[in-house]
Write a protein that binds this ligand. Structure first.
Ligand SMILES: [Zn+2]
Length: 298
């Protein structure tokens, strides 16, 4: 089933959500929301990943945007109407955020789109669309924020690669000596590091020459240090290069970061040894790796 030619949607991981958050912070903080439109498919509403009542988003009308935060895969737009409220999004399986200055109206949403558009007084808009599984919720107050699952997952636990606490020593101690595959440990809701998606992981593991199925307890201190450094390199480079290829920032500028290891290498071969890149299912995702450069044994 993995042999279909259908182009996969571009997952949004920590570097990409950070780029959007930085740009929105520079663009819309201080502005007042004049209008909100929301549209979700029944399927998305039933899945509980968006507000079931579209009218909920009306709570944003008249609100002023006071800040933008991101951590892990999640971005929070902080607002103030008569009280503090928030718009929370994590388009993990793909999506877009597009800023349009006053002028041409954003394209109308198709019937199957899951989209929220914020309109500002001076005519500019921000359109947030989920292309696949993801979260897009209006959070009316602080107590509701505490029960928002992605808030607790991404903002209240773990260490973030973009924060000072993300050091080699803390990374190695967070991995401990568990009898778990390194891939399963780092990618997923219970990872000790927030925001490591499949793309970040497979690229970092390749750069560190570590096979994704290796058990954490079998990794040497040098290998763990190397993995830590590779994660930093991948995330910093991806942010510096405007995101991975296929991603677009809020102004429509495409990302330029080409992964050292990823599905694009399946045809072109390993960038290091020229060998055949494999795609194997580990911890629920298809993960690309070079069986020569990333040995199963240390
Ligand atoms: Zn190789």
């Amino acid at each position: 089933m993995s042999t279909t030619m259908r182009r996969a949607v571009i997952s949004i991981e920590l570097p990409e959500i950070k780029i959007w958050a930085n740009q929105l912070r520079d663009t819309i903080v201080g502005r007042r929301i004049a209008s909100v439109s929301a549209q979700f498919t029944d399927r998305m509403r039933a899945a509980g990943r968006v507000n079931n009542r579209l009218d909920d988003f009306r709570g944003l009308e008249g609100a002023q945007i006071t800040g933008i935060r991101s951590r892990g895969f999640t971005m929070i737009v902080d607002c103030y109407a008569s009280a503090v409220c928030h718009l929370v999004t994590a388009p993990e399986a793909g999506g877009s955020i597009v800023y349009s200055p006053s002028g041409p109206k954003p394209k109308t949403a198709t019937k199957t789109a899951n989209v929220v558009t914020l309109g500002f007084k001076e005519g500019s808009t921000v359109r947030i669309e989920l292309a696949g599984r993801g979260i897009l919720q209006f959070i009316p107050d602080e107590p509701s924020m505490k029960t928002c699952l992605i808030y607790t997952r991404d903002f209240q636990r773990g260490i973030s690669p973009l924060e000072p606490l993300f050091t080699a020593r803390n990374f190695i101690s967070a991995l401990s000596r568990r009898n778990t595959q390194i891939k399963s440990m780092l990618v997923g809701a219970h990872s000790p590091v927030v925001g490591i998606g499949n793309d970040t992981f497979q690229d970092a593991a390749f750069r560190a020459r570590i096979h994704p199925a290796r058990k954490v307890r079998d990794l040497s201190e040098n290998e763990m240090r190397s993995l830590f450094e590779s994660i930093c390199t991948v995330i910093d480079s991806r942010i510096a290069e405007g995101g991975k290829t296929g991603f677009s920032d809020i102004h429509g500028v495409p990302g330029k970061y080409e992964a050292a290891m990823g599905s694009a290498r399946v045809e072109s071969g390993c960038p290091s040894c020229g060998g055949v890149v494999q795609r194997v299912r580990i911890a629920g995702h298809l993960t690309c790796l070079c069986p020569v450069c990333q040995n199963v044994r240390p």
